[in-house]
Design a protein around this ligand. Structure first.
Ligand code: GDP
Length: 297
């Protein structure tokens, strides 16, 4: 199960709390220490952990907990609140535009799930929002990626724009968009190239594609199985591209929670969708409060 380790630890901490009856400041400190350890073990970024537990302490030593008849319950409620905030607070809806193409650019490291997510997203928005989507294959360095997108498009009955033997992703993106305008596709999803690590050429290429197509959303696809190293990656993509949001993939795996809990606080951008499996329908809107409930149990 996703976040299993973290969930188990929080369950333990909470059941101790419930047993205790009255709480004093020392109890709160002790609980906070355990929460800190649990989060660090789940590979949550230490700055995030520090801020999170600081917020908990500040709220918990206030009257609302110490004088409460059910202090344990009160504290648990605060943890849930703070975790929801950490995950982005209110759900941030996607902004769709009228009167021009919605153009999404999917970026991220190789293997994060971009190609799969591009197809999942096109399918979801075609079904739910009645868009007429066009997928554009801009990952020219991994020939299999173009084929992969074509196969997925075929399976879902979604049009794919690709150019074989052309090594000019900016040109492909531009021509893909031209096709969308000419043929009245109102949603264009560009699958871009990734690398195993960030490199300058890749970033420059993504900046050039961004300039050429003026996307309405730049969505960073992040492998949810990764921990806080994903934060460095996300920071770099955000610095150069000013991304509009994050899609966390592979949340069906046995992820510890590091990426999910660190990313929004660190880069200040919302998680918009989550990938929850290998099937093409395994994508959902992200709800911070639901995720907090899953983590805390
Ligand atoms: P890309 O290199 O970023 O384009 O990554 P791909 O789309 O090729 O995905 C890499 C692998 O991750 C593939 O085997 C996908 O099936 C898998 N994958 C993508 N999203 C998910 C997800 O939400 N859950 C699971 N279990 N696997 C996923």
């Amino acid at each position: 199960m996703v976040f299993e380790g973290l969930n188990e630890k929080f369950q333990n901490i909470f059941s101790q709390l419930k047993r205790k009856g009255k709480l004093n400041e020392k109890d709160i400190q002790e609980v906070n220490r355990e929460i800190k350890l649990a989060l660090l073990e789940a590979d949550v970024n230490f700055k995030v952990v520090k801020q999170f537990t600081k917020n908990l302490s500040e709220r918990a030593v206030g009257q609302e907990v110490l004088n409460s008849l059910t202090p344990g319950q009160q504290f648990i409620k605060i943890v849930k609140d703070e975790m929801t905030t950490l995950l982005g607070g209110e759900i941030e809806r996607m902004d769709f535009v009228d009167g021009r193409q919605n153009v999404f650019m999917l970026v991220g490291l190789q293997g994060a799930g971009k190609t799969t997510t591009a197809a999942k997203l096109a399918n979801l928005l075609q079904k739910e929002k009645k868009f007429k989507p066009l997928l554009v294959a801009c990952d020219v360095y991994r020939p299999a990626a173009i084929k992969q997108l074509e196969i997925l498009g075929n399976e879902l009955n979604i049009a794919v724009y690709s150019e074989h033997d052309v090594k000019d992703p900016v040109g492909i993106a531009r021509r893909g968009l031209q096709k969308a305008v000419a043929e009245h596709y109102d949603l264009v999803i560009m699958d871009t190239a990734g690398r195993l690590q960030i490199d300058e050429t890749l970033m420059e290429e993504l900046v050039n594609i961004k300039e050429a197509i003026n996307p309405t959303e730049i969505l960073l696809t992040v492998d949810g199985m990764t921990g806080q190293e994903s934060v460095n990656v996300a920071n770099e993509f955000n610095r150069l591209l000013d991304i509009s949001g994050v899609i966390l993939t592979k949340l069906d795996g046995d992820t510890r929670g590091g990426a999910a809990l660190s990313i929004t606080y660190t880069i200040g951008k919302a998680i918009k969708y989550i990938g929850t499996g290998e099937k093409l329908t395994d994508i959902e809107l992200f709800y911070p409060d639901r995720m907090a409930s899953r983590i805390l149990g």
